[in-house]
Design a binder for this molecule. Structure first.
Ligand code: FDA
Length: 311
């Protein structure tokens, strides 16, 4: 799956072939910001589900790609405001230049967050530059960027990963500040000194972190928890703690990836919970879609059908 995701030849063939449209349509809204905003509007209208728009610009190693990514993020921010939707975009720090020029990345993050604040224009909703979290080497710089944006009173939220041992401490610090944090398991690997490496241990830590995020103290501090997993046992654990500690459903949310267990997302929304879907858009959809299939081998038929159609 990793080889398929990284192969430029496979990527070009698949992205240029009509037969792959079923695969793309499941996990990606379309090629441009209009398609992303249109999917977000439909999700809200039909299922009361909110969205976080993500421009698919991966493996960024050239300044030109950084400029393209920032322009796409700014374009979607403006369109979300015009459509009267939550102005909520997810950003990988390396997409906006973190690994090329940290100072430039910081300027880009401020420009996007300021555009979100303008586009939201005081409307109710959860408007945010949601900082995705990449591998362990960039955790400090991503948290520092989040804290700077927050100190400037800009709309920002932070992703933390349950697979890292340090996350409990990072989370406690953000709870005390009343921040907005999205908790995920983590899509990266690291050694046992810094990370939990077994799925069972990661899940146990996720449950423990949910308890901190949905504690009475967190609520009193004005913290906003985002539980981002497709794991329904963890959803149930969060709901139990929220109810036990006096959280109203409007005070926290669940987030999932579009195309992955949409039935679970819709069921949560129908029960009155706040649900957001991560909605990717952009031409570079192949590596993202293949990773989603890799997470669930039961979807391999979708890949097989696409490969057959492409040849
Ligand atoms: P897990 O993989 O344990 O699966 C739970 C259940 O869902 C299982 O029943 C499984 O079969 C099913 N399932 C999982 N994937 C499926 C698929 N593709 N199709 C159908 N069923 C599937 N990571 C990171 O390191 N940094 C980040 O910034 C983010 N950001 C992020 C945002 C959001 C909104 C989400 C949901 C996830 C991320 N992630 C992430 C990814 C995250 O770290 C993790 O890798 C995935 O969410 C997979 O773990 P889960 O907890 O969802 O379920």
């Amino acid at each position: 799956m990793i080889a398929l995701a990284r192969s430029n030849i496979v990527k070009q063939t698949m992205q240029d072939t009509r037969g792959t449209s079923a695969l793309a349509a499941r996990y990606v809204a379309g090629e441009n910001p209009e398609a992303g905003v249109s999917r977000a509007a439909t999700l809200l209208m039909q299922h009361k589900i909110h969205s976080s728009l993500f421009y698919l610009g991966e493996y960024v190693d050239r300044p030109l790609l950084v400029s393209e990514n920032v322009a796409a993020k700014l374009a979607v921010v403006e369109k979300l405001g015009h459509a009267d939707l939550d102005v909520h975009v997810s950003v990988d720090p390396t997409q906006i230049g973190q690994s090329i020029n940290a100072e430039q990345a910081r300027r880009n993050a401020f420009a996007i967050a300021e555009a979100i604040a303008r586009s939201a224009a005081g409307r109710p909703g959860f408007h945010a530059l949601m900082l995705d979290m990449e591998d362990e080497s960039v955790v400090n710089s991503t948290i520092a960027l989040h804290d700077d944006l927050r100190a400037a009173r800009l709309p920002v939220a932070l992703t933390l990963q349950a697979y890292l041992r340090r996350t409990e401490g990072d989370l406690q610090a953000q709870i005390a500040r009343g921040s907005r944090v999205r908790l995920v398991k983590g899509a990266f690997a690291a050694g046992t000194r810094v990370a939990f490496t077994r799925q069972g241990a990661i899940k146990t830590n996720f449950r423990h972190l949910i308890e901190l995020m949905l504690s009475r103290q967190a609520r009193e501090a004005g913290f906003y928890p985002v539980i981002a997993t497709h794991d329904d046992h963890l959803h149930a654990h969060a709901i139990e703690h929220a109810e036990g500690n006096g959280w109203h459903p409007s005070e926290f949310e669940f987030e999932m990836l579009v195309g992955v267990r949409d039935n679970v997302a819709r069921a949560l929304a129908a029960r009155g919970h706040q649900v957001r879907l991560y909605v990717p858009f952009g031409r570079d959809w192949w590596p993202y879609a293949v990773r989603r299939i890799g997470e669930n081998p039961r979807n391999a038929w979708l890949l097989a059908r696409s490969l057959v159609c492409a040849t």
